[in-house]
Design a protein around this ligand. Structure first.
Ligand code: ATP
Ligand code: MG
Length: 252
């Protein structure tokens, strides 16, 4: 099977003024297959967000290549990006980051559809359906981000992210800000969407128990490198690296 996403030798060195160059991601390679739920864990500052920001092209790579669905997207910009966002979308830690505070959730979701060619009326109807799919009543389309709870806003953010039918959803701490029961609801929603749409998830997370329950495979990052990879249960029970063992002991 062809990988959906292939990251090869990704490296990111930041050159900030007045400071020494800092390599936040150092020669990271991994593949993701269609339908897979892959987690990246690692202590704060280990480079997880930098990896996903390179993958989604929010950040230029220093070196390495990114292949999405067989296409080298490493240096894509502008209009080319629009094409890749049909296949890959992100959900952020702060649910309201996905929306403009001055516009309704319905408008926010419809915007994504309109950007990809839908008519205005049709987009609004689809936005309501998507909210429904994500467990929110139609009337939520008329609400503003500040008029809903964090969990409801994250459902709407997922509705927005899946609107144009991406194959890959990248979730960077997308459930971390939510309380455990809401977290569980969101994971159930993701599981349902995966079954209905055969989606793949790249899941950045601090919660090892959640990774064990939800993900098929985990990468452990430390100081910008992947130090361990495996099935979450095995990695938790028999960590090969001292760092992974420490990380798990700290989290559990
Ligand atoms: N724009 C930047 N300029 C300079 N250094 C940066 C920049 N962005 C990130 N870094 C540094 O790169 C390292 C990795 O950051 P990154 O955000 O990828 O970590 P992370 O694993 O996502 O951490 P967390 O779990 O806290 O979100 C950190 O030391 C950070 O300070
Ligand atoms: Mg991060």
């Amino acid at each position: 099977m062809e990988p959906l996403l292939k990251a090869e030798h990704l490296t990111k060195t930041f050159h900030s003024q007045g400071r020494e160059a800092y390599t936040a991601v150092d020669d990271v390679s991994f593949s993701m297959f269609p339908g897979e739920k892959l987690a990246i864990i690692g202590e704060s500052g280990s480079g997880k967000t930098t990896v996903v920001n390179m993958v989604t092209r929010l950040l230029d790579v220093t070196s390495g290549t990114i292949t999405l669905d067989g296409e080298d997207i490493t240096h894509y910009r502008g209009r080319q990006m629009k094409k890749i966002y049909r296949k890959m979308q992100m959900v952020f830690q702060t649910p309201s980051d996905s929306f403009d505070p001055r516009r309704t959730l319905g408008d926010g979701i419809a915007e994504s559809l309109i950007n990809h060619g839908a008519g205005k009326k049709e987009a609004m109807l689809q936005a309501e359906d998507l909210l429904g799919l994500c467990g929110l009543e139609k009337e939520f389309a008329k609400r503003y981000p500040h008029e809903v709870s964090g969990g409801q806003c994250q459902r709407a953010a997922i509705a927005r992210a899946i609107a144009i039918g991406p194959k890959l959803l990248i979730l960077d701490e997308a459930t971390s800000a939510l309380d455990v029961t809401v977290q569980k609801d969101i994971l159930e929603l993701l599981t349902k969407l995966k079954e209905e749409r055969n989606m793949s998830y790249l899941f950045i997370c601090h919660d090892i128990a959640l990774v064990q329950n939800f993900c098929d495979r985990v990468l452990v990052m430390y100081h910008g490198k992947i130090v361990e990879e495996g099935v979450p249960d095995e990695v938790v029970r028999h960590p090969r690296e001292a760092y992974t063992k420490n990380l798990i002991d700290c989290i559990l």
